[in-house]
Design a protein around this ligand. Structure first.
Ligand SMILES: Cc1ncc(COP(=O)(O)O)c(C=O)c1O
Length: 468
């Protein structure tokens, strides 16, 4: 009873004072917030005492799981030692330098220069400015446009919401900014023509990219940005050969490749970076989330030696790299990242993600094989998407207005499982912490199956009218 009282008091204050990110205000006021109190391993407990398995690792980030004393200790020590210092005007701190060195050794190719920020959005925003700065120094300031993909997710700042290819992120804000263009997302299940092979589909997607480049003029395009596996836009892994062919086109037109590894990086897909799996050689890369497993807000924007050389050569002409944040290279965050990466290595969590990822996909496919309203299970490693479908035979999608994935998310919550509904693509996403075991996955899949059966077994006639 005591806990319930506490929920009511907190919920009351929440509804009076909090503007929640990515939340429908009317729904929040009608339903009340869900207030989390504590976490241990893959489980969290809300303030009413309800226990939940966190099937999405927070927001795809708590890779080492909750409640790691080692990380709390490091955080405490680092804060006691040097609670804060900035990195402007050549300042630095030891954890920041050690982390930059460590990341340079871990990241693909010659990504040996790192800029630290606090979020995935600011990492991508930084990379846009690096592309612009680089081309400015090279005497081609018109080479500014960035090509992103529809249904991608790259953040919510003004520039990164522009990159994000979800129309609801654009409409109220007069976005995208004029420098951003979008091309096709290579989502085979959704966008392939009848009888089109994966190879033919991949070739068509790459052709669409090159057509856009030629239409805009290659001399105006600075970079192309993509997540190795798109997360919030539907958990879409590329068809075989896609990124290899994309990079050939980019090279031909002297366009930089930005890999957004904010979700995929640090083991989620069963490799240290998604770029390794899909043969991406990024010129620039962003990472965040799994860098600290969410224990501290920290992101990294990675640059190749080649790009850094141009910035260095140009520094006499342009002066400062006129970019940076108060909290860039925060000593506490960098110390936490170093310890977090040590845990990932020590416990073999990348390998665990690869093995458990395979198990998760097999179990999901088995559980939903006969469901008339599941179109496909897709993804890679411990990143999975379950596509809901109104009519499997006709491949007719649910109307997003019916909010079927939201209902499943709520039914799962009731049963003690957190998963994520991706409304615009009527998909349910899972991305559990990288520490999961087979028994954990069995439990997750069991709870999710019950939630699916509950919602999909009780659909109304209106629910089944497919999207127009
Ligand atoms: C691929 C990707 N890029 C960028 C971001 C933005 O990160 P943040 O929310 O930390 O700004 C996200 C967030 O989910 C993401 O999934």
């Amino acid at each position: 009873m005591k806990n319930i009282r506490r929920y009511d008091d907190l919920a009351d204050a929440d509804q009076k004072h909090l503007l929640h990110p990515q939340t429908n205000i009317a729904d929040l006021l009608a339903e009340g917030p869900k207030i989390m109190e504590s976490g241990q391993g893959i489980r969290i407990t809300d303030v009413t005492g309800k226990q939940l398995i966190d099937g999405l690792a927070g927001l795809w980030c708590v890779n080492v799981g909750y409640g790691r004393e080692e990380l709390a200790e490091v955080m405490k020590k680092a804060a006691e030692n040097l609670s804060y210092f900035h990195s402007f005007s050549g300042m630095a701190n030891p954890p920041e330098i050690l982390l930059a060195e460590k990341l340079s050794a871990m990241t693909p190719g010659s990504l040996n220069r790192v800029f630290f920020g606090c979020s995935g959005s600011d990492a991508n925003d930084t990379l846009l400015k690096v592309v612009w700065h680089y081309n400015y120094i090279k005497g081609r300031p018109e080479k500014k446009k960035i090509i992103s993909r529809w249904f991608s997710y790259h953040g919510t700042s003004i520039s990164t919401a522009s990159l994000t290819g979800l129309p609801s992120f654009h409409a109220p804000y007069n976005l995208p900014i004029p420098e951003v263009r979008h091309t096709e997302m290579p989502h085979y299940y959704r966008n392939a023509g009848a009888g089109e092979s994966e190879d033919a589909f991949a070739a068509r997607m790459v052709e669409a990219l090159e057509d856009l480049i030629l239409q805009e003029g290659p001399e105006t395009i600075g970079a192309f940005i993509a997540e190795p596996v798109s997360g919030a836009g539907g958990v879409v892994a590329p068809p075989p050969g896609y990124f290899e062919a994309v990079q050939k086109v980019l090279k031909k037109h002297d366009i930089l490749m930005i890999a957004d590894e904010v979700i995929c990086g640090y083991g989620r897909l069963g490799a240290t970076f998604g770029s390794e799996i899909f043969n991406i050689t990024p010129d620039l890369m962003s990472s965040a989330k799994g860098l600290t497993s969410g224990y501290f807000p920290l992101s990294a924007a990675h640059l190749t030696d080649e790009i850094w050389e141009v910035l260095k050569e140009g520094s006499e002409q342009t002066g400062n790299f006129a970019h940076g944040y108060t909290y860039s290279g925060h000593p506490v965050g960098c110390a936490v990242a170093l310890k977090n990466l040590e845990i990932v290595e020590r416990e073999g969590l990348v390998e665990n993600a690869r093995i458990m990822g395979g198990y998760l996909h097999r179990q999901l496919k088995k559980a939903f094989r006969d469901s008339p309203h599941v179109g496909e299970v897709r993804g890679c490693g411990l990143l999975a998407g379950i596509q809901l479908i109104a009519d499997r035979e006709k491949k007719a999608f649910f109307d997003v207005e019916r909010k079927i994935p939201m209902r499943i998310q709520q039914a799962a919550y009731k049963r003690g499982l957190l998963c994520r509904n991706l409304p615009s693509v009527t998909t349910i996403a899972l991305a559990p912490p990288l520490i999961v075991s087979e028994a954990d996955i069995d439990e997750i899949v069991g709870l999710l199956k019950d939630a699916f059966d509950d919602v999909l077994g009780n659909l109304s006639k209106n629910d089944l009218i497919p999207a127009g």
